[in-house]
Write a new protein. Structure first.
Lengths: 149, 608
């Protein structure tokens, strides 16, 4: 009868590995979602930054105008363009950083998936080992019976 | 108013987004399944190999066991066979004789079995074990053979000793001398005795040799004495035969024989072959035997044996040898002798008389048959008539006929003169009277004769035959009646006293009946009824005597049974109780059952 326990042990070990694999898969998905959330949040902030930067440009033109300067030509224009360039660089940097952060999170997900795959492979091997040990147990019992008979 | 400007706030990260994976496959866990499968196959392979090895081991062991068993059986059989071979054949190979010893035959058996074994290891193991087995068997068998060899020599020694003893007792003088010297030795010639030599050869002990030698000496002496006594006995008997032979020997020869007989006995006493007492006994016995034999000779020569005894009893002894010997006998022996001789004489006379009567009866029977032949003769056959007439003459000569029978015979043979053509016609009265008599079993020859004048020749002959037949039937019925009353058939086959008594009474009764039947004026020509009636009278008249005879016979029978059945009381009632007790312990004892049956038969006889 001991072969049944060997078989069941293999099955349970496989179930444990499969559970761990499911957890890994879930973590991978969570990492993917986190990566997406990071990019989304960064885009939200970039929109907010654009509004804040427009306010800044408006304030700059107002200052030039207050000082008697024509805001749409000459130096004020150049300053406005320089500010705009800086703001664009800011946005691109922010996007780049968000992409890198998302990439990092996705990498974590990949690792989790890989771990999950490994766990499923371990599970399969455990099941196979359980079956083999069960067969071995049967064979031992049969040999003992033969020997005894 | 100051003009605000904008400068990039965020610096680009230095990170690439790539991370170092910590995931690593565990080779042990990954290969656990395959390793387990590998273990499984390894286990299977090991099991298969073990199984194969075990099977081989069992197969070899089985083959070895079979071979060893076969060898054991062969050797046991061989061992048994050795008991019938001579010890030397068992112990040694003898090429000249073409025989092999046990060890060689056993080795052959081993070789034969080895031929059938193909497995090397089995052969090797068998060879070793077989050698051990053969050695063990050989030791036992050889030991047995050596013991037998010794026994054989010892037995031969004893056989030789017996032969020497026989020669000493029964050989001639030369044989006796040689055998005596060999058996007991002769110190003066430095010859060792036979038993001493056996002791020297180690077959028996010295003390045993001395004992055997002494025993042999005593045995030889006793046997010699017995042999001499036997010779004396034989010579005595021969001389008694001569001394008592009154018919063929002269008085001289008989006297010498008796004198020598006495002298021999005296000599045997002197030589210690027999004791003085034994000598006296022998002389008395020889005298008694001589006189009895002489008596017998004289009695058988004399017409009446009883008369001879009476004559001698009165002292009138004509034979000188008997006269001499009888005077040497003591009075008691003489009285006994005369008593015995009287019984014997009576028996001789009775037997003689019975023999004569039997002869007469036989002659009478023969005459009756001849008479029947005459009555039944075919009158048309001339040859038969001639023969019948010759028989008629014989019957006349023997005075056989009664008047009626003679008349009938002569009538049948045509010897009576009759008038030709005047044969009588049978009358109805005669037929009626004769038929009635026939029916009543009272038909007789005399009655037929009474009506002879009223019967035709044919009817006369027919009634005559019927009368004769009825007379015979009457005798047969009477005989059966007597036999039945005496329970003759029950007792006659026994060989005890009751059988003798029954037989004696039956013969006596039949004698009385036949005597009556043959006496003219009494039973001659008697009817069936009259014959049966006479039988009843005979039975009644003998009844008391018969019961007394049987009572005495039963007592004698019981006394005789006491030898084989100690404790059997002579009283019948006590004997019955005794027998009943014996039957309770042993219901199937044939001896007891026979005695019980005899007593029952006797008691039935008394009740009848």
């Amino acid at each position: 009868m001991s072969f049944l326990f060997e078989y069941q042990a293999g099955q349970q070990e496989q179930a444990a590995y499969n559970f761990n694999a499911d957890v890994n898969e879930r973590n991978a998905k969570a990492a993917d979602q986190e990566a997406a959330q990071l990019v989304f949040t960064e885009e939200q902030q970039i929109v907010q930054f654009r509004e804040d930067f427009q306010d800044l440009q408006d304030a700059t033109q107002q200052a030039y105008r207050y000082n008697g300067w024509i805001a749409e030509e000459g130096t004020p224009l150049k300053v406005a363009l320089a500010n705009a360039q800086e703001a664009d660089a800011e946005i691109e940097t922010r996007r780049y950083n968000a992409a890198v952060g998302a990439q990092t999170l996705r990498e974590k997900g990949v690792e989790s998936r890989l771990q999950g795959q490994l766990n499923r492979m371990y599970g399969k091997a455990a099941a196979t080992r359980g079956k083999a040990r069960a067969a071995q147990s049967i064979m031992n019992t049969a040999t003992s019976i033969y020997a005894a008979s | 108013m100051k003009v605000p400007t904008y400068r990039q706030q965020t610096a680009a990260t230095e990170k690439t987004g790539a991370t170092m994976f910590s995931v690593q496959a565990n080779p042990g866990a990954m290969s656990a399944g395959l390793r387990a499968v590998g273990d499984l196959f390894a286990q299977a392979e090991k099991t298969a190999v073990n199984y194969y090895a075990e099977e081989q081991k069992i197969k070899r062991q089985s083959e070895l066991d079979d071979a060893e068993f076969e060898l054991k059986q062969e050797l046991q059989q061989l061992e048994q066979d050795q008991t019938t071979r001579t010890p030397n054949d068992v112990l040694y190979d003898q090429p000249n004789k073409g025989t092999q010893g046990f060890a060689s035959i056993g080795q052959q058996k081993i070789n034969n079995i080895l031929k059938g074994i193909t497995d090397k290891r089995v052969r090797q193991a068998f060879k070793k074990n077989a050698r051990d087995s053969l050695n063990t068997f050989t030791i036992n068998v050889n030991q047995g053979a050596r013991n037998r060899l010794i026994d054989q020599n010892k037995a031969n020694g004893f056989r030789k000793a017996d032969q020497f003893m026989d020669d000493i007792v029964m050989g001639n003088q030369a044989q006796r001398t040689i055998a005596n010297e060999k058996l007991f030795g002769d110190p003066s010639k430095n010859i060792v005795g036979h038993y001493e030599q056996m002791a020297a050869d180690g077959y028996i002990k010295e003390s045993e040799a001395a004992k055997l030698s002494r025993t042999a000496f005593v045995s030889v002496r006793d046997r010699a004495q017995k042999a001499d006594a036997a010779i004396l006995e034989s010579n005595t008997n021969k001389r008694v035969n001569i001394a008592g032979d009154v018919r063929n020997r002269t008085v001289q020869e008989r006297t010498v024989a008796y004198t020598d007989l006495v002298a021999d006995i005296n000599k045997a006493v002197t030589n210690n072959t027999i004791t003085a007492d034994e000598g006296e006994k022998r002389k008395r016995a020889a005298a008694d035997d001589t006189v009895r034999q002489t008596f017998l000779g004289i009695m058988t020569q004399a017409p009446s044996a009883e008369a001879v005894v009476l004559q001698i009893a009165e002292g009138d002894i004509q034979d000188p040898v008997m006269q001499s010997v009888i005077n040497q006998m003591d009075v008691g022996d003489q009285v006994k002798l005369i008593g015995d001789m009287f019984t014997l004489g009576n028996k001789i006379d009775t037997e003689r008389r019975e023999a004569e009567e039997a002869d007469e009866e036989k002659a009478d029977e023969e005459n009756k048959k001849n008479f029947q032949k005459i009555i039944n003769v075919d009158t048309t056959d001339a040859e038969a008539m001639t023969a019948a007439k010759a028989l008629h003459k014989e019957l006349l000569k023997d005075n056989f006929y009664t008047a009626a029978e003679r008349n009938a015979a002569e009538k049948r043979l045509g010897l009576q003169k009759t008038t030709a053509g005047t044969d009588i016609k049978t009358s109805k009265d005669a037929v009626r009277a004769l038929n009635k008599a026939d029916n009543d079993n009272t038909l007789t020859v005399a009655l037929v004769e009474k009506f002879a004048d009223k019967l035709s020749t044919t009817d006369y002959n027919a009634y005559f035959k019927r009368a004769i037949t009825e007379g015979k039937e009457g005798r047969t019925a009477a005989k059966g009646l007597i036999g039945s009353r005496l329970r003759y058939n029950e007792f006659k086959d026994s060989n005890n006293a009751l059988g003798d008594a029954s037989d004696a009474m039956y013969q006596q009764s039949m004698f009385e009946l036949d005597d009556w039947l043959n006496t003219p004026g009494e039973g001659a020509g008697a009817t069936y009824q009259a014959t049966v009636k006479k039988a009843r009278e005979i039975i009644a008249s003998n009844d008391v005597e018969y019961k007394q005879m049987m009572g005495e016979a039963l007592t004698s029978y019981i006394l005789g049974q006491q030898r084989t059945m100690p404790g059997l009381p002579s009283d019948i009632e006590a004997a019955k109780v005794f027998l009943q007790q014996r039957l309770q312990s042993d219901p199937q004892n044939p001896l007891t059952l026979a005695v019980v049956q005899t007593i029952k038969s006797y008691e039935k006889l008394l009740r009848d």
